[in-house]
Design a protein around this ligand. Structure first.
Ligand code: ZN
Length: 541
């Protein structure tokens, strides 16, 4: 027994000595730490997450199936389960589910088929809220289809209307006013856009008939066909409307000294258009996931310091909707959020190769968007990101810029609520544009890249992230460095620009370390062995 006691005391002392006298504690420069983080971020991992997140059971009959990750349906459950399992595998310190308390309606689309005898579509897409069932009708072209004049002199009742306008406006006139059986639209009907892929759209909730979107080329061919003989369209849709809540998985890396304060990393986990959403936004979720994996791994291995503040990773179940719910549920403690970094569309860029950090015009000279005011200044955050861009350009990314606030994603509610928030992205919406760059940030005009497959049947891994996988790498590396700088020493970041990359940062070993765990195990095994041998001696006395 004495031996057991001695061994146990020894093991405890050895372990606490590791804590009290960190023999293995080391100092590393900030540069070394950030390089280690950047290099732990793996492109192939992110490609795999995108492919996994996109794989599922939805799609047109006879074609490749996918998962639109819609909350309130089995698609959302599958995508949450995938993310949760990864967070568990990577040993995140805490994992929780945030449930939006408000239940709502969801479109649970399963499969469809749109056919015309002797004609092959490039792409068809049932608009959100299209009724389930079988529909058939003669096709009639009405031009834009969004004003009464488009219908003058045409009989559309009992027919399927072909139009160039947005689905919702066309549906309201064609079906609700003129009693058509359904609509087919090739909106935006612009040469060079949505060429052989259909733009996802929606018709009013509770629609009793179908709305189908198709590609530019299909639209052109169909109008040609109509010049000759009558064309009959058959539509089949299997879908239902569910009423349910939306859920978000949240994984946390706990801070060392002030764990109640945290940097929040977000990105919408749903494909909000109901499509495959490889770029929008499986790419952003892949970036968020790889950041969580890499940072947690390096912290657990004691290779980088555990930051003072916590880092929370929240793939938002339903874009903006669940972000507002999270803000409302945490209203009393919003000041605990150091900053929010959002990732949305980080997997492609149709016209440029650029890494964007957003919000350089907030607060002033902030243009008024009418719906939006904020008291928060994003200048410190923009300075930090711009410095990170500068520190590693040519090493981890080729090009970077800050850009004025565009909004329209999960960072917007935070800015509105007064929490510093930005988005890191590589493409936005469907057509590129130039906008004014604030004078403070160089002036002139800035080019905003876009994704030609935005909200369409063409947003597949093959068309986007597999074409330009470096976009996710640029986003994840800059994002991970930003998150680490903020969580390591926020006060330092906000008061002193730029940071000194040669500054030494102490790494306190994690307790219990793997070595100490092994030591305890060995000592316990010896103790048990010694204890077991003891009764054998008794009979000989
Ligand atoms: Zn998006």
């Amino acid at each position: 027994m004495v031996l057991v006691a001695v061994l146990l005391i020894m093991s405890i002392l050895l372990n606490f000595s590791a804590l009290a006298f960190p023999v293995s504690a080391k100092n590393l420069s900030l540069r070394d730490i950030e390089r280690m983080v950047a290099e732990e971020i793996k492109r192939d991992n992110m490609i795999q997450y995108v492919i996994d997140l996109c794989s599922g059971t939805m799609g047109p009959e006879g074609e490749r199936l996918w998962n639109p990750r819609t909350q309130g349906t089995p698609y959302g459950e599958a995508s949450n389960a995938y993310i949760l399992e990864k967070f568990e595998d990577w040993g995140l310190d805490e994992i929780e589910i945030f449930e939006n308390p408000e239940a709502t309606d969801w479109y649970y689309l399963k499969t469809w088929n749109v056919s015309i005898e002797g004609f092959t579509f490039y792409a068809t897409w049932p608009c959100k809220w299209s009724a389930a069932g079988e529909f058939e009708g003669e096709l009639v072209y009405v031009g834009e289809g969004t004003s009464d004049e488009d219908y003058e002199g045409k009989v559309v009742e009992g027919k399927i209307v072909l139009a160039d306008g947005r689905a919702r406006s066309v549906y309201k006139l064609a079906v609700e006013k003129y009693n058509a059986t359904g609509i087919l639209t090739d909106s935006p009907n612009l040469e060079g856009f949505y060429t052989t892929w259909a733009r996802c759209d929606s018709i009013p909730f509770g629609s009793e008939r179908p709305g189908i979107a198709t590609s530019y080329m299909d639209g052109q061919s169909l109008k040609g066909l109509l010049d000759n003989d009558p064309v009959t369209v058959h539509i089949y849709i299997d879908a239902e409307v569910t009423h349910n809540t939306s859920k978000s998985v949240i994984g946390t890396i706990r801070g060392r000294t002030s764990s109640e304060r945290y940097v929040l990393v977000v990105g919408h986990a749903d494909a909000d258009a109901g499509n495959m959403g490889a770029d929008d936004n499986a790419s952003g979720i892949a970036v968020l996931m790889e950041m969580a994996r890499a940072l947690m791994k390096l912290i657990r291995e004691g290779k980088i310091p555990r930051p003072n503040f916590s880092i929370k990773f929240m793939p938002v179940g339903t874009e903006i909707f669940d972000t507002w719910a999270y803000i409302e549920a945490h209203e009393e403690e919003l000041e605990n959020i150091i900053a929010v970094i959002n990732f949305d569309e980080c997997g492609y860029g149709g016209w440029a190769d650029m890494l964007y950090f957003e919000g350089n015009d907030i607060p002033a000279p902030f243009k008024s968007y009418g719906w939006f005011t904020t008291e928060v200044s994003l200048q410190p955050l923009m300075n930090m990101l711009n410095n990170i861009g500068k520190d590693y350009v040519g090493i981890y990314w080729d090009n970077y810029t800050t850009n004025p606030f565009l909004g329209g994603s999960d960072h917007e509610p935070y800015v509105e609520a007064g929490v510093p928030a930005t988005i890191i992205w590589t493409d936005a919406w469907w057509a590129p544009e130039y906008i004014e760059q604030p004078n403070k940030w160089g002036g002139g005009e800035i080019f905003l890249d876009a994704c030609p497959y935005y909200h369409s049947s063409g947003d597949t891994p093959e068309n986007t992230v597999l074409q330009e996988p470096w976009n996710m790498e640029w986003s994840a590396r800059s994002g991970a460095i930003a998150v680490l700088r903020l969580a390591l020493f926020r006060a330092h970041i906000l008061s002193d620009f730029p940071v000194n990359l040669e500054e030494q940062v102490e790494i306190v070993p994690e307790f219990p370390t793997w070595t100490s765990m092994l030591l305890i195990l060995i000592v316990l095994t010896i103790a048990v062995a010694v204890y077991k041998q003891r009764p054998l001696k008794t009979p000989s006395q």
